[in-house]
Design a protein around this ligand. Structure first.
Ligand code: GLU
Length: 309
């Protein structure tokens, strides 16, 4: 089977180093196997995203030398498609309306896992029609999850297992304002496009069993998964959009693509030497063995010094 990888950014800001790392590793994995690569803008949240940021991401990828064969339709334009799959779930009676408010869900009495993740207790699962009607407001829609374990071998994180009933609970696929949520959109988009390999940040590892469950329900094959380490500052804080000197707007002013990729690849242990390197060269020596672990520590000051300029 031909490998098809993808990069699916949320265009809510300029690309920062974490996005570059996710894009780079996804591209390296696909290209090192002679595979295709696609780009998709995840702009479901139309308040936070913009066409300008989407365009800056395309330009930044091009500057980095990360090319793509196809850009598929942005999520904000695909609600008709998501509706179609939503109806498939509805017809199979897998969905139910949920009237729980945010404050109820996040109350201190609500069950939480040790990592703070909220487990939906099924409050609205078995409401009667009369009880539903009494709410007089638009509900969100949840999909019922079975008491079953999903397990897979992640290319970077190794064995991962999750029982959706115990670790997550029935989850929302459509919000009360009608917007479809990421879990459904990403499953449909990757499934329809024929993506065979999903490479993204380790912060999305725990989403994967939900997506695998939806893939099964909607008849899409499971892609393989690689959740690459997050880039953390020495104090344990995740490097993010707030580190303005590490976004590509700032970095492109002070360095070349090869110097940036070389410094990033060295910091993330993809290569052992310190030297400028192109994305193509990195693809020639890419190996998942170098990408194990949950985090890579990167000191912004040292990193910027390494770049010179
Ligand atoms: N849009 C997500 C993000 O920018 C990535 C989702 C994914 O790769 O599945 O964090």
């Amino acid at each position: 089977m031909t490998v098809l990888g993808r990069f699916a950014p949320t265009p809510s800001g300029r690309m920062h180093l974490g996005n570059v790392f996710a894009a780079l590793t996804a591209w390296l994995s696909a290209r090192s196997q002679g595979g295709g690569f696609l780009l998709r803008m995840e702009d479901l949240d139309t308040q936070r995203t913009s066409a300008e940021f989407a365009q800056s991401i395309r330009e930044d990828l091009t500057w980095l030398g990360l090319d793509w064969d196809l850009e598929t339709e942005a999520q904000s334009r695909r609600s008709g498609t998501y509706e179609h799959y939503f109806q498939i779930l509805a017809e199979r009676e897998l969905l139910y309306p949920c009237y729980c408010t945010r404050s109820l869900l996040h109350s201190p009495n609500a069950p939480h896992l040790s990592d703070g993740t909220y487990v939906y207790p099924g409050t609205c699962r078995d409401l009667t029609e009369a009880q539903r009607a009494a709410f007089r407001r638009a509900p969100s829609w949840r999909v019922r999850v079975p008491d079953r374990e999903w397990s897979f071998t992640d290319l970077a994180q190794g064995e991962y297992r999750q029982n959706l009933a115990r670790d997550c609970g029935d989850f929302v696929v459509r919000r009360a304002d009608g917007v479809f949520v990421y879990q459904l959109a990403v499953t449909v988009d990757d499934g329809e496009a024929g993506v065979t390999e999903v490479v993204r940040g380790a912060d999305l590892l725990s989403s994967t069993p939900r997506q695998m469950y939806l893939q099964e329900l909607l008849g899409f094959p499971h892609p393989s998964y690689g959740h690459v380490p997050m880039l953390l500052a020495p104090d344990g804080r995740r490097l993010s959009k707030r580190d303005r000197d590490l976004d590509l707007g700032a970095l492109r002013q002070r360095t070349t693509p090869e110097a940036l990729l070389g410094a990033l690849a060295k910091a993330a242990r993809l290569i052992d030497r310190s030297e400028p390197v192109s994305a193509r060269e990195l693809a020639g020596e890419f190996s998942w063995d170098r990408l194990k672990g949950e985090a890579v520590t990167l000191d912004p000051d040292t990193f910027l010094q390494l770049l010179g300029g």
